[in-house]
Design a protein around this ligand. Structure first.
Ligand code: ZN
Length: 342
């Protein structure tokens, strides 16, 4: 009960990539980089286990960025001539690869990574992939000229990859769709359908992560414009509740999301973000417990999975690990209150 996991990423060790930076360059190359990534994954699994996290991730230690990491196994993309585009409705700028031809998965991307994890932990494993809409929103497109058509091309590729991850031992496959908060019309028109296509046929648990982003300056400024109550989830939750996706991961700690909106996810597992990723202080276990107790008023305990608000890639490592420990301890407090050891 109240099994804990992280939304996805963790800081990379300073010897692997420049710390506290998104899109940070690798500090190793070639075979040494490959070995370094595996060592970073091992360390990150061990620290999650020691902290008491129930469902571990690889902390996205092996990928450059949560979206572009997956794209390296696909055809139809030009990584040589990146273009600066405004993403998430122009909230911030990114150097984006350009779609120049048909999108096809030409090789497995993360299969070896999940098999490596499976060989080195007895815990359940969650593996993250970017969702179709978020990929589309993080690229320039000179070929499809339709966000919907492009999203379905990515959904096909994601589905092939996800089946491979499932076969490799992933217990949960999560699609990250932060773009769902930005384009509610597209979510309704094709976003959910593309997401379901990406998850089609999977027998493991499936999850979608939606959120208000990392604690970087552009996101903090955007949040200032959203008013006193963040009701974006109100449009998206009823659609997700009707979808075939099993779990929804979202932001609850220090957020202005009205907590009663969780009630719109009836029947789904809810990964309740009880750790803020946009502040400089670690939560106390008691603060985590308080967030979980509030969420329990709207989500049955058997469907509630304490989690972080979002990825922690750009955070200082010490702070991130303090937060991970607080998450596990806070969940344990509430478990004891509910009379459960698990
Ligand atoms: Zn997020």
């Amino acid at each position: 009960m109240l099994e804990t996991s992280l939304a996805g990423s963790l800081p990379k060790p300073a010897w692997l990539a420049e710390p506290q930076k998104l899109w940070a360059a690798w500090r190793l190359e070639g075979a040494v980089l490959a070995e370094g990534k595996r060592d970073a994954v091992l360390a990150c699994i061990k620290r999650q286990e020691d902290a008491g996290i129930d469902i571990v991730t690889d902390g996205e230690q092996s990928r450059h960025h949560f979206v572009h990491g997956f794209l390296v196994g696909l055809s139809g993309l030009d990584f040589e001539h990146k273009r600066t585009i405004g993403i998430r409705n122009n909230r911030y700028k990114a150097e984006a690869p350009v779609v120049t031809g048909a999108i096809k998965r030409i090789r497995p991307v993360h299969g070896d990574e999940v098999r490596f994890m499976r060989a080195h932990t007895k815990k359940q494993i969650k593996f993250t992939l970017p969702g179709p809409m978020t990929i589309v929103d993080t690229l320039a497109d000179d070929h499809y000229r339709s966000r919907e058509k492009l999203a379905f091309a990515f959904a096909e590729a994601l589905n092939a990859e996800a089946r491979d991850l499932e076969a490799g031992g992933a217990d949960v496959i999560q699609f990250d769709e932060p773009a769902f908060n930005v384009f509610p019309g597209e979510v309704r028109d094709w976003g959910i359908a593309a997401l379901e296509r990406a998850a089609a046929g999977l027998k493991c648990k499936t999850a979608v992560h939606i959120c208000y982003g990392y604690g970087i300056a552009a996101n903090l400024a955007w949040k200032q414009t959203l008013g006193g109550q963040w009701r974006q989830y109100e449009d998206v939750f009823p659609l997700l509740a009707k979808s075939g996706i099993g779990q929804v991961s979202l932001e609850c700690a220090n957020s202005k999301v009205p907590i009663e909106l969780l009630g719109l996810l009836k029947g789904k597992d809810v990964l309740v973000g009880a750790i803020d990723v946009a502040n400089e202080t670690a939560e106390t276990p008691e603060q985590v417990a308080a967030t979980i107790r509030t969420a329990l008023k709207h989500v049955p305990a058997e469907n509630l999975f304490p989690c972080t608000n979002c990825g922690m890639a750009p955070m200082a490592a010490d702070l991130a690990w303090q937060k991970v420990e607080a998450l596990a301890k806070g969940a344990a407090i509430v478990r004891r209150e509910l009379g459960s050891n698990r």
